[in-house]
Design a protein around this ligand. Sequence first.
Ligand code: ADP
Ligand code: MG
Ligand code: MG
Length: 355
Amino acid sequence: PGSTQNWQSVPSQDFTTSCSGGSGNPRLIEKTLIREITFCERIGKGRYGEVWRGRWRAGGQVAVKVFSNREESSWWHEAEMYQSYWLRHENILSFIGADQRDCVANMEYYLVLNYHPRGSLYDFLHDAQLTVQEALRIILSLSAGLDYLHTEIRSSVAKPSIAHRDLKSKNILIKSAGQGSQCCIADFGLAARSDFFDNLPDKKQFHFQVGTRRYMAPEILDSSINLSSFQSLRQADIYMFGLVAWEIGQRVSPGSEPYQYPFQHDVPCDPTVEEMSAVVVEQGKRPPIPESWSEHPTLVELSRITSECWDKDPTTRLPSLRIRKDLMRLLDSLLRIRDSGCYFTDTSDQGFQSW
Ligand code: ADP
Ligand code: MG
Ligand code: MG
């Protein structure tokens, strides 16, 4: 694809300082970085390639996303997204570098990323039992990452608005669990930039029906999306955010309820656009809000937020900043209530204690 000349090369000893904390320049250490890494085990497999846990020679673990020859353009797109200054935020997966290597007759392409041992949100939720506070913190951190992506910055360090377009629990990683629960957004293979989008001569050529069909917003499923504005791509992200927030919320005191992914009982595995449309567009179905949410003020609010996120009218969905602020306010009041102890004294019901 394009040239890599303007990707900054740095000596490998800079690695440990440059990759920590997700700030500073993204680095490309072309044709040296990957040789410094020992592949340990495969930790993930997406639609396109494999993700490995690796050990960097100087110590420390990394995740390596491997693309084959055929996926060179996906590698290029994702690397370009990460290598800009834009994707530097604590709730966005930290990028270390990109590389490529000749592997017997074929080229292989790599993205080296911070490794998160807890894996994807999807895997984490399967046997998670969360407190309201933990769930809220994960959703809030997700909204912070999404708000950062969506926000256009027009200062000396400009940043376009970015739509992720494939938000789902498998593309979100758990950074920490428990009291300080946080996640980060990963997999920028389909992300779109507002500056490129706005300059497209013919928006009709824009390939909007991409991503994971199970999470596709109704206007993408039925092609009614308004392509005159980039805002529409952000609104589709918000719909997906609503589904993920529901996935997280359902793990609050789940009892013996098994984890469910969105529309698990409505459509088969790997549904077609038609199968999704029948449920999401024609029947207007959305995931069921657990009855237990009505018993806790924070979850009542969460149910309002998720419903406003997955509204069928994209223009009435909440913008990411509003979501983040609402969730921050919710966390604040949750902590105040907890500190004043009123839940624990007002009820003898054992439910609240564990919440
Ligand atoms: P694809 O584009 O092929 O879908 P992803 O980037 O979504 O690839 O990664 C696939 C899976 O690999 C994720 O769902 C997750 O389970 C795992 N994974 C990806 N990156 C990391 C990471 N940095 N740390 C830990 N696990 C990861
Ligand atoms: Mg993925
Ligand atoms: Mg991908």
